[in-house]
Design a binder for this molecule. Structure first.
Ligand code: UDX
Length: 430
């Protein structure tokens, strides 16, 4: 059992804290957002993740997790300090590390005994060195500490599962003492742990996320070829994925990736590479293809409707992926903006993300369910593959639509089936 402090209770921080508490550790979660901390104390969870609410409640009851806005309190009562504050992108793609620096300074000033300080946020390679220097210059009593890089690979909507059942744990560390502490901390998960140097651990994160985004853009590029020759990208992807070296995962063509990680991590990796003197053209192509996928959806709407002005378009799915309410970099935002610019009137429905969408998207009529949405629409556009949409009563949907037009941005339906039902159906790469 270890005493752990999590600084930054966003997606990664809160999940890390709750899961480590469930593994029997004593966890103090720190955040500068007083309101968020007060809500967490009352078991009001700011993000939607399956099982998260129950796990917070259980760990509060077992007195294994607590919440505070005070970094000194959290640091003094813990041996392992996770830095999981946000590392947003600057307009030029560079990672904004101001919060990491500020928190590192405060940790240094609060330390009263040996600490393991863990980089959990996704940070550019060599950030560990910067954190170390920042702590050294703010540590007049020369208290011993070690830096560890321990990047996270959790997916939103599967975060707790991914934390508890990772394919691997990455530990970047220089000192034996810190290595032993981190190995003991993660031993209960009983999964492969790679122990390497700090810079390699930092690079593994950016290189992994960029590769996953590359895989998505690759299959989206192939889907463009499939449309031109009249084949089905799902058939092609299936044939590719049976090769163990390729694998089936992240080969689903669609409207492209969004979320708070892929876009940010790609921009960061391109910028880091540029500053190191390498022009990462391959990743720039990944970005271009991803942006193009969204434009393709608007083109398909225009192919079906011709003039958009005065037409009503129904958007099914707003979140960047299913099982989350997260709208960050969601394809729906750019696609809706483009359709509105062409004069389209937008209705939208999402099982979870409407409250988030209202903060970002204007002049949209939000519906309470897919059938209310379909009423009076000239075209339906599916942008997020929520299970609820896969079970739609399609005959009822068709009767509610002005025109039987469907654009399936996530290929959740079968073209033959849809054509039999009388829809003008357009998928991606089919
Ligand atoms: C991702 C990484 O998977 C995770 O390891 C990292 O820690 C954070 O970033 P996340 O962004 O939460 O996780 O979601 P993910 O499931 O990876 O999907 C990312 C985007 O890619 C979504 O917009 C999804 O719709 C899209 N996607 C995913 C595809 O378009 N096709 C696919 O085959 C898979």
């Amino acid at each position: 059992m270890r005493n752990i402090c999590i600084i930054g209770t966003g997606h990664v921080g809160l999940i890390t804290g709750v899961c480590l508490a469930s593994l029997g550790n004593k966890v103090i979660c720190v955040d500068s957002d007083k309101e968020k901390i007060e809500k967490l104390k009352r078991e009001v969870i700011p993000i939607y993740e399956p099982n998260l609410e129950e796990m917070v409640r259980e760990n509060i009851r077992e007195d294994r997790i607590s919440f505070t806005t005070s970094i000194p309190t959290g640091v003094r009562e813990s041996e392992i300090i996770f830095i999981s504050v946000s590392t947003p992108s600057k307009p030029n793609g560079e990672t904004d590390l101001r919060y990491v620096e500020a928190v590192s300074t405060e940790i240094a000033r609060s330390m009263d005994s040996y600490k393991v300080i863990v980089e959990k946020s996704t940070v550019p390679v060599k950030t560990g060195e910067r954190i170390k220097k920042t702590i050294e210059i703010n540590n007049p009593r020369n208290i011993e500490f070690d830096i560890v890089s321990n990047p996270e690979f959790l997916r939103e909507g599967e975060a707790i599962h991914d934390f508890m059942h990772p394919d691997r744990i990455v530990i970047g560390v220089e000192q034996e003492r810190a290595k032993d502490i981190m190995l003991e901390l993660y031993r209960p998960l009983n999964v492969p742990i790679i122990v390497t140097d700090i810079k390699s651990a930092e690079l593994i994160k950016h290189a992994s996320n960029s590769f996953l985004a590359l895989k998505i853009s690759y299959i989206n590029a192939v889907s463009q070829i499939c449309e031109k020759v009249g084949t089905d990208i799902k058939e092609v992807a299936k044939g590719m994925g049976l090769d163990k070296r390729i694998g089936h995962d992240f080969l689903e063509a669609g409207v492209g990736y969004g979320g708070s990680c892929f876009p940010k991590d790609l921009s960061a990796f391109i910028k880091i590479s540029h500053d190191l003197g390498y022009d990462f053209e391959l990743l720039k192509a990944v970005q271009r293809i991803n942006a193009m996928q969204r434009k393709k959806v608007v083109e398909k709407v225009k192919e079906l409707l011709w003039i958009l002005s005065g037409k009503t378009i129904g958007i099914l799915g707003l979140s960047f992926k299913p099982n989350t309410d997260d709208m960050r970099e969601a394809p729906s935002v750019t696609i809706i903006n483009s359709l509105q610019k062409e004069g389209g009137r937008i209705k939208a429905y999402d099982p979870k993300a409407i409250h988030e969408a209202k903060k970002i998207i204007k002049d949209v009529e939000f519906s309470h369910n897919p059938y209310d949405l379909a009423k009076g629409c000239d075209c339906l556009v599916i942008l997020t593959e929520w299970d609820e949409f896969k079970r739609l009563d399609l005959k009822r949907i068709k009767d509610l639509l002005n025109q039987p037009n469907i654009i399936d941005g996530r290929n959740i339906f079968e073209p033959k089936e849809m054509k039999k039902l009388g829809f003008n159906y357009k998928g991606i790469g089919r």
